[in-house]
Design a protein around this ligand. Structure first.
Ligand SMILES: NC(=O)c1ccc[n+]([C@@H]2O[C@H](COP(=O)([O-])OP(=O)(O)OC[C@H]3O[C@@H](n4cnc5c(N)ncnc54)[C@H](O)[C@@H]3O)[C@@H](O)[C@H]2O)c1
Length: 319
C-alpha cells in the first residue's frame, strides 16, 4: 500500500497544526500545499520544502500524491474532497465534514464509490482522556452508561470578524463548529443517536449564526447526553463527564486532569491516561490506514452522522 504523500489544502490555523504533525509522522511527506492566499501557501510550503499552489487543480497534478488533508473553512470541504477523491487520493477532512447533510453525503458517497479512505478529523477521539474513558466503558468499569454531559465553552473574541460567524462560509455557528465535536464524542462513547433535540441562541452582536447551543441526545442503549457549547460565555468550562451505574469519569480539558470515581469503593482518584498529542495521534492513525488499506477508526459516516444530527437541531429551531 502507498506511503502517505500529502497535499495540504488550507494553510491557516488548523492547517498549520496538521502540517507540523505530518512532519513528525513516520514515513509521511508533505509534497504540496494549496491555499487561495498565496502568501499562506508559500509560508507553509517553505516550512516543509513542499510545492506551493493557489489552484487546487494544479496542486492535484503533483506526482506521487496519495493523501489530501482538507483544512479549509467548511464552504470549501465538498469541492476539495470531490476533486481529491476524483484524483484518486485518500482524504482526511476537518470537521464539520460539510455545511449540510447533502454536501456531506456527496463526499461520503464519492469516497465509497471510488474506494478511497475518508476520515473526518474528529481529533477528540484521540485525546488520551477520552480514549481512557472509552476503555473504562468497554471493560464495564463504569457499569451501564447512564448519561454523558459535555460542555465546550468560553469566549470566542473577535468571532464577528472571522468566517466562523458567516453562515454561508461556516454553515452554522457553535453547534456546527464546536458542538459537532461533542456529538461525535457522544456517539463514540454512547453509540448511535436515536433521538435529538436542542435550542440555539445568539448573544454576540453582528453575527448571523448561533453562538450558544444546548443539545439533548439519546442513544440506542437509552443513555442520555447533554451538550452545552458557547462562544459567548467567558470563563466557560471545557469538560466531558461520563456517568455509569458503577462509577463516573471526568475528562477536564481546562486543567488536563482525568478523574475516575468508583462506586464500589467510594474512591475518587486522579488517573494518568498517558501523554499524547491528539492531533499527532490523528495524523499517525490516518497515515497507518493509508499504508495498510485499513478503514479509519473515525469515518466519513461519522462525519455525515454528526452533520445530520446538527441539522436536525437547526430544523427544530427553524434554521
Ligand atoms: N479539529 C479542530 O480542533 C479544529 C480546530 C480549528 C479549526 N478546525 C476546522 O478546520 C477548518 C479550518 O479552520 P481554521 O481555523 O484553520 O481556519 P483559518 O481561517 O485559520 O484557515 C483557513 C485557511 O484556508 C484557506 N482557504 C480558504 N478557502 C480555501 C480554498 N477553497 N482552497 C484552499 N485554501 C482555502 C484560507 O486562506 C486560510 O489560510 C474548519 O473546518 C474548522 O472547523 C478544526
Amino acid at each position: 500500500m502507498p506511503d502517505p504523500n500529502v497535499l495540504l489544502i488550507g494553510c491557516g490555523g488548523i492547517g498549520g497544526v496538521h502540517l507540523e504533525r505530518w512532519t513528525k509522522c513516520p514515513g509521511a511527506r508533505v509534497l504540496a500545499v494549496c491555499d487561495t492566499d498565496a502568501a499562506a501557501a508559500q509560508r507553509a510550503a517553505d516550512q516543509v520544502g513542499a510545492a506551493a499552489f493557489t489552484d487546487l487543480a494544479e496542486a492535484l497534478k503533483t506526482p506521487g500524491l496519495t493523501v489530501a488533508d482538507i483544512c479549509t473553512p467548511p464552504v470549501g470541504h465538498t469541492d476539495a474532497a470531490l476533486a481529491a477523491i476524483g484524483a484518486g487520493l485518500h482524504v482526511l477532512c476537518e470537521k464539520p465534514l460539510a455545511r449540510t447533510p447533502h454536501e456531506a453525503q456527496q463526499i461520503y458517497h464519492a469516497a465509497a464509490a471510488a474506494q478511497r479512505l475518508l476520515m473526518t478529523a474528529f481529533c477528540h477521539r484521540f485525546e488520551p482522556g477520552i480514549a481512557y474513558a472509552k476503555a473504562l466503558l468497554e471493560e464495564g468499569k463504569l457499569g451501564s452508561l447512564v448519561m454523558i454531559r459535555n460542555r465546550f465553552s468560553g469566549l470566542f473574541a473577535g468571532v464577528e470578524n472571522r468566517w466562523f460567524s458567516k453562515k454561508a462560509v461556516a454553515g452554522g455557528g457553535t453547534l456546527l463548529d464546536t458542538a459537532i465535536h461533542s456529538i461525535d464524542i457522544y456517539r463514540f462513547l454512547a453509540g448511535e443517536v436515536v433521538s435529538v433535540s436542542g435550542r440555539v441562541t445568539t448573544h454576540i452582536p453582528g453575527i448571523d449564526v448561533e453562538d450558544t447551543a444546548i443539545v439533548l441526545l439519546q442513544a440506542e442503549s437509552g443513555a442520555l447526553g447533554v451538550i452545552e457549547a458557547s462562544w459567548a460565555t467567558p470563563g466557560g468550562r471545557n469538560i466531558v463527564e461520563i456517568y455509569g451505574t458503577a462509577g463516573a469519569c471526568f475528562v477536564d480539558y481546562n486543567d488536563g486532569s482525568l478523574t475516575v470515581h468508583d462506586a464500589a469503593t467510594g474512591a475518587t482518584e486522579t488517573v494518568d491516561p498517558g501523554s499524547g498529542d491528539r492531533f499527532q495521534a490523528e495524523v499517525n492513525h490516518f497515515a497507518e490506514c493509508v499504508r495498510t488499506g485499513t478503514p479509519p477508526a473515525v469515518t466519513g459516516h461519522d462525519g455525515l452522522r454528526a452533520v445530520e444530527i446538527a441539522a436536525e437541531v437547526y430544523a427544530q429551531n427553524g434554521l
